[in-house]
Design a protein around this ligand. Structure first.
Ligand code: SAH
Length: 446
């Protein structure tokens, strides 16, 4: 079908143009403005239609392969039949030859211009969102049936076919993080489904500031339904207990994705001196003391409130004697410790996300190299380096290359004993490699 151009009132990302009837006009993918002044012709089909996003020639393969992120650079043009196209509107995505690829939601304010949700040409109605939530919840029920762990990721964005939505369960409460404006607009069927399927005491919403700016979202953190969460609330991760402040803590309050890695490191610490860098509320160090039996654990972090909770968590698990937590900048402290001739048998490195954009990747890799080198400097031969990267933009291969560079630069052989990732409640979509974001290497340093 030929595109039809009629003057229209079109509004995208704050841009307004005039129109009176049904139109389908190409739109500049960057500014949202019309790209043509061609003379309009009359649409023979007056039915309102979904806008069509046309992908550039030879750029459609990832979307046929079900990668859910369409960046602006892949878009040739947008044809809109309606009088306006607003951020969050539903669109169909097509190849340059006009073949249907997928249904998605558009946001001109976001680098991810269209997020794709369905490769079937059916509307993304309330039932669709409910179904996706139901599938994610059912998977976790199977995973955690009979387990004492009561805090886990219930919905993991792309990996659960819900790009832009993360929901964590913390005991009786849910914590929802919307990282897409379009999904936030559809929160009602999602929240209703969560309430019906999980029956939490309450649902609290938290959102990362950086993400809000990237999406043009204006959200207030707060209660979405039910009762306010207890402060702190207590969660169980297998044999460990943690106090969590979901309203004030970082991310959604606790790093649930390191559950299995904390238990794995604990296997290497008996009778050994442990340094837990970027310890936050004590996850790795407390696991080392309680599960691994280390009696000498030091945690370092720059956040005072996190360290206070870490101390309380050590007490809660009966390992306060074995753990001490220090407020410090990790880089400065590692240099001082080296200067003082201190040694640790096990050093854990779990820094915050260092690569936030492709442009920042090289800088991030260099930072990983430097910080892991400083860690290696504190290890005797036979010491253990347990090192993480949670930047989705850094691949597992690239992270291993960083370790190769650490070995070369420090002149110390490194053997990777375990190459780990994220737990099953943070699944991976093979169509979206970025969803396998967590890298965790347990290494022996010679
Ligand atoms: N290992 C933790 C999670 C770490 S999250 C766990 O198992 O729960 C990253 C932590 O790094 C945050 O607590 C943050 O406060 C801390 N941080 C960030 N930059 C830092 C720096 N330069 N020095 C010390 N801590 C830092």
């Amino acid at each position: 079908m030929q595109p039809v151009y009629v003057p229209g009132r079109i509004r995208i990302g704050g841009l307004v143009a005039s129109s009176t009837t049904t139109t389908r006009r190409p739109i500049d993918v960057v500014t949202g403005a019309h790209t043509t002044n061609r003379k309009p012709t009359v649409d023979s089909n007056p039915e309102p239609q979904t806008s069509r996003v046309i992908i550039k020639p030879r750029r459609a393969q990832p979307f046929f392969s079900r990668h859910p992120w369409v960046f602006a650079g892949a878009i040739q043009r947008i044809e809109t039949p309606d009088e306006k196209l607003n951020p969050g509107d539903e669109v169909t995505v097509h190849s340059s030859k006009g073949e249907f690829i997928a249904r998605g939601l558009i946001n001109h304010n976001s680098n991810i211009r269209v997020r794709l949700y369905s490769w079937i040409d059916e509307p993304l109605a309330d039932d669709f969102w409910r179904d996706r939530v139901q599938q994610a919840v059912a998977m976790r029920s199977r995973l955690f049936e009979g387990s004492q762990t009561n805090a886990y990721r219930l919905i993991a964005s792309e990996a659960d076919g819900l790009s832009g939505l993360t929901v964590d369960r913390y005991g009786d409460w849910l914590l929802a993080q919307f990282t897409s404006l379009a999904v936030h607009q559809r929160r009602e069927p999602i929240i209703t489904a969560l309430n019906e399927l999980v029956k939490p005491r309450g649902i609290w919403m938290r959102t990362d500031r950086g993400v809000l700016d990237a999406e043009g979202l204006e959200l207030e953190d707060g209660l979405v339904s039910g009762d306010e969460p207890d402060r702190p609330m207590f969660i169980q991760q297998n044999e460990l207990q943690f106090g969590v402040d979901v309203t004030e803590g970082q991310k959604t309050g606790f790093y649930l994705d390191q559950r299995g890695n904390r238990e794995a490191v604990a296997e290497y610490v008996r009778g050994r001196r442990v340094l837990d860098c970027f310890c936050y509320t004590g996850g790795f160090g407390i696991a080392a003391a309680k599960l691994g039996g280390s009696t000498d654990v030091t945690g370092l972090d720059s956040s005072e409130p996190a360290l206070e909770i870490a101390g309380a968590n050590a007490e809660l698990n009966g390992v306060a004697e074995a753990c001490r937590f220090e407020k410090a900048d990790v880089k400065t402290r590692l240099a001082e410790l080296k200067e003082q001739g201190e040694q640790y048998d096990v050093v854990i490195m779990d820094p915050p996300k260092l690569a936030r954009s492709r442009g920042g990747l090289q800088r991030a890799l260099k930072a990983y190299l430097k910080m892991n080198q400083s860690a290696v400097n504190l290890l005797p031969p036979g010491g253990i380096l347990a090192t993480a990267s949670c930047s989705g933009l850094v691949s597992h291969e690239q992270f291993e290359v960083v370790l190769a560079a650490v070995a070369r630069e420090s002149g110390r052989p490194i053997r990777i004993l375990e190459s780990r990732s994220q737990p099953a409640d943070h699944p991976v979509s093979p169509n979206c490699p970025e969803s396998r974001y967590l890298k965790f290497l347990i290494c022996e340093v010679g």
